[in-house]
Design a protein around this ligand. Structure first.
Ligand code: SAH
Length: 248
């Protein structure tokens, strides 16, 4: 399979230019040269095949070839809101959430939060999103939003417009009891800090129509809970009846 390179300036014309990081990756890490065939994507859903035309020190010029490649689109518009775990565990969550197709990640500030999401170096995390997108052949980048307090998140546009709102809390409803989720639905899913959501945080969510969901008998770390929740939500998506998708 052809290697992928990120080209935020766009890949809709006849040529594209890779900037410093990506150019270095192509030339020095992957050791590709003139004539090599790769794929480029703009992070907004467009990916195309390309041939290397010119390799310079901090810049690679590519000739774009043919039609857009078919997009690997997410089945859901899933927002994952999570308290920030310590150290590298948040990097791990960012990488895995990207692989799993989470559309946006919202760092949460809760009553019992111990990590201030502002310290999480969001710019560096966005670079991890690019790397995970290349590796998983995802065409649209996962966005990482500004950190937000739980109370403000409950009243935010993403939440008010959601079709389903699920907050993970030990003892909540088991996955098989959740309502089915229509393909393409807007879903927000939330995970609390290591100390857990407080009773008043859970009560506030319940009062604004959230379902409180459980993820099994054991207590998971934030990043494990985030992934388990993203997978469980995807598993609740109702199968489409579209003839484009044959029966398994
Ligand atoms: N100390 C808390 C657990 C915190 S774990 C307690 O004992 O209750 C961090 C977060 O992960 C929780 O706020 C919750 O959102 C999620 N989580 C962890 N394990 C879970 C489980 N079994 N069911 C549902 N959510 C869970």
């Amino acid at each position: 399979m052809a290697e992928r390179y990120y080209c935020p300036e766009g890949v809709s014309g006849a040529t594209a230019v890779l900037a410093a990081d990506e150019a270095a990756h192509l030339a020095r890490v992957s050791r590709l040269g003139v004539g090599a065939v790769v794929e480029v994507f703009d992070g907004k859903g467009l990916a195309r095949r390309a041939e290397v035309l010119e390799v310079a020190r901090n810049r690679v010029v590519l000739r774009l070839d043919g039609d857009p490649l078919p997009e690997r689109a997410a089945v859901l518009d899933l927002t994952l809101a999570a308290a920030v775990p310590k150290g590298e565990r948040f990097d791990w969550l960012v990488e895995k959430a990207t692989e799993l197709g989470v559309v946006r990640l919202v760092p949460l500030l809760c009553e019992r939060s111990v990590v201030d999401p502002r310290d999480a170096k969001l710019e560096r995390l966005r670079r991890l999103v690019v790397e995970a997108s290349k590796q998983s052949r995802r065409d649209r980048l996962m966005s990482i939003e500004k950190p937000v307090r739980w109370a403000d998140f409950l009243g935010s546009k993403a939440v008010l417009e959601a079709h389903a709102k699920l907050a993970a809390h030990p003892g909540g409803a088991t996955c098989s009891d959740w309502a089915g989720i229509a393909a393409g639905a807007r879903v927000v899913a939330a995970v609390g800090p290591e100390g857990g959501f407080t009773t008043s945080e859970i009560d506030a969510a319940r009062a604004s129509g959230w379902t409180i969901v459980g993820l099994g008998a054991t207590i998971l770390r934030i990043e494990t809970a985030g992934l388990a929740l993203a997978v469980a939500v995807a598993a609740r998506v109702e199968p489409t009846t579209s003839p484009a998708h044959g029966a398994i």
